[in-house]
Design a protein around this ligand. Sequence first.
Ligand SMILES: Nc1ncnc2c1ncn2[C@@H]1O[C@H](COP(=O)(O)OP(=O)(O)OP(=O)(O)O)[C@@H](O)[C@H]1O
Length: 244
Amino acid sequence: MIETVDLHFGYGDRTVLRGVEFTAPTAAVTVLLGRNGAGKSSLLKQFNGLLEPDRGHVVVGGERVAYDAASLRSLRRRVGFVFQRPDDQLVAPTVGEDVAFGPANRDGDAGTEARVERALSRVGLDGYEDRLCSRLSNGERKRVALAGVLAMDPDYLVLDEPTAGLDGPGTRALVDLIRGLADEGLTFVVSTHYPGFAAAVGDRFGVLDEGRIAYHGRSLDGVDPERFGLRRFEVGDVTDRGRK
Ligand SMILES: Nc1ncnc2c1ncn2[C@@H]1O[C@H](COP(=O)(O)OP(=O)(O)OP(=O)(O)O)[C@@H](O)[C@H]1O
């Protein structure tokens, strides 16, 4: 489980988060919604210590997050983070080298090839090892970024606006991928401002507004998209997948 307790955060004197109480239970997909600039990325980046709260704290798997180098290394092993733009994350020319980068740095070359193969298979990119990242579609590059994080065997996956730049079929494929990984026991926190994508992928929902969690629950029924500045326009037909 990931939890924040009375979390405050700002950039200089610009306060963004004002006492956030957020919970993402284990082996579920928790979706964080909120208007542009609500502070979703700023909150997600607290979960693997990319940002540090000004006040309050973060708890991951029952342990309070600490900010010394050794604690952060261990935290980032458990909590994988996928950035909104894959190009901020991809580091090597070919898919295989890119996905191998994290595990090879951490564990050396032993076993890396098998890890890469398995991670690519989990994101539906079997046999892509020798392809050039620069020649892939945006959706494929996102999958490679996700595979790079999965290759590190995290328990938690934080995805910042994962549908950005995806079309309808790309978004539907992403929903299936996330649901499949959650069914394997991974814990997700996913940010978006699309309620349709949120409803299709999520088990739990939190809405960030004016620096606080203004709504949280197991359904988005009754959440007024206008009030929270959520997009009414949906990408493709990714509405209800019929789960309870
Ligand atoms: N590095 C930074 N320095 C100063 N201000 C920042 C920085 N990063 C974000 N902000 C500001 O903090 C606020 C929250 O930004 P954040 O990116 O967390 O919101 P968001 O909900 O993820 O937005 P979006 O949906 O547009 O991605 C915004 O007003 C933004 O301009």
